[in-house]
Design a protein around this ligand. Sequence first.
Ligand code: G1P
Length: 304
Amino acid sequence: MNTAQPIKPIRKAVFPVAGLGTRFLPATKAIPKEMLPIVDRPLIQYAVDEAREAGIEQLIFVTGRGKTAIVEHFDTAFELEATMEGRGKSLDVLEPTRIKPGNLVTVRQQVPMGLGHAIWCARAVIGNEPFAIFLPDELMIGKKGCMKQMVDAYNQVGGNLISVLEVPREDVSSYGVIAPGNKPEGFNEALTEVKGLVEKPKVEDAPSNLIVSGRYILQPEVIDILSTQEKGAGGEIQLTDAMAKLIGSQAFHAVTFEGNRYDCGSKTGFVEATLALALERPDMADEVRAMAERLLGSSGHKSA
Ligand code: G1P
């Protein structure tokens, strides 16, 4: 087990954002799904904020055709800033989009061959150090961000970590599912040992109802396993299968996230996230609450 080795800090994060976003068409015909806003921030911004809160410096976007807007979002917008300054407007609102020069790297995934393949496409930038992965569709909102919670746990146990959460048993087939082991004694309460991992199992074959929820801290050896390019569920190169092969040779734990998760890969999840986050915003909560109550009060009326 590599827990005896010094624990290397997590400095890099990979964001697989090459997907076509077909579930949100026609909205995503000309703009990336990750740029759809939840209140006034694009979805990708929440994941990047979470990474920075966790102390991660370098952002690696695995992009594809038509995804340039994501990179533009994190670039300096000279004309916009000069115009705003000329009008005496504060630029503070753009602060979250500022990335230190050299800390944003993009690589392309030319063909959609699965999440494992997307991560493998970033191998040259990841190099030989542990790294984080964020699936931006999974919006994780907590007092302390999900990745920060994971990094805190990682600093105790090292190795590999994934965030998990419980879903109704009938939903497990849409996800990676873990076979949970013991809770390691004397460590963070949220930690559970991972004894097995399976991608999109049949309900009857699922080892639990604890699903992999889109945040990972992995050791670089996973890249060697991905290099074999073996296909799994859905004929895709699955990250879950590669991670499963690390179990036994490296420490592998799950962190139960303390906070709320919104599945922004689905339209209803997106609406839920929008409403929930608007209700938490001091500048609009009262108005949105009144609006929601009015709409719900009249839910018996069908619109014309
Ligand atoms: C991916 C992962 C899966 C994980 C899920 C979380 O699946 O392969 O293990 O549980 O994200 O959203 P996808 O949603 O890409 O099918």
